[in-house]
Design a protein around this ligand. Structure first.
Ligand SMILES: [Ca+2]
Length: 192
């Protein structure tokens, strides 16, 4: 069984990923080789995904966030991602402000997948984001967004929502698109 598996990345998936991410053919092929080594059955589990995420954030704790990212891509809930989903996950969580990225961000915040975001859901994800910010860097944050509660309140106020209101997908995407600052509130990019 095992040895008969082809080692190459299918042309179809390669072309798809080249078109939909910013990665080159060379990078994709290299990642595929290491993906295969780590996940010989072609699927990555949540704990393996969390380990890879941890490598990107050596000075903080990205575990909870990685779990939410994983959930947002594991749409059939089988506890694994294939290579394509895995690469799209890395791409969307690390690249610029595209509509696709914001569609994904919405699904990240919609923890219970009911099609709208509650204030509690925002707090849950923003708390996970905070765990990724190294302690030293947290001290340098603006006063009105230096803890998860304040940051959640700021976002909620921007959308002009009451405590028990909800944010729908279209509203979320167009709201974030219009405002650089809000974009910054809903993600964390490690300092280079
Ligand atoms: Ca929800």
């Amino acid at each position: 069984m095992g040895n008969s598996k082809s080692g190459a990345l299918s042309k179809e998936i390669l072309e798809d990923l080249k078109m939909n991410t910013r990665y080159t053919e060379d990078e994709l092929c290299r990642w595929y080789a290491s993906f295969q080594k780590q996940c010989p059955d072609g699927r990555i589990s949540r704990s393996e995904f969390e380990k890879i995420y941890a490598n990107f954030f050596p000075n903080s704790d990205p575990k909870v966030y990685a779990r939410h990212v994983f959930r947002s891509f594991d749409t059939n809930d089988d506890g694994t991602l294939d290579f394509r989903e895995y690469i799209i996950a890395l791409h969307l969580t690390s690249s610029g402000k595209t509509h696709l990225k914001l569609e994904w961000a919405f699904s990240l915040f919609d923890v219970d997948r009911n099609g709208e975001i509650s204030k509690n859901e925002v707090l849950e994800i923003i708390s996970a984001i905070f765990k990724m910010i190294p302690a030293e860097e947290q001290k340098t944050l603006p006063e009105d967004e230096n803890n998860p509660e304040k940051r959640t309140n700021k976002l909620w106020a921007y959308f002009k929502k009451g405590e028990h209101d909800k944010i729908a997908e279209g509203e979320f995407i167009s709201g974030v698109m219009k405002n650089e600052e809000i974009m910054r509130l809903i993600q964390y990019e490690p300092k280079k």
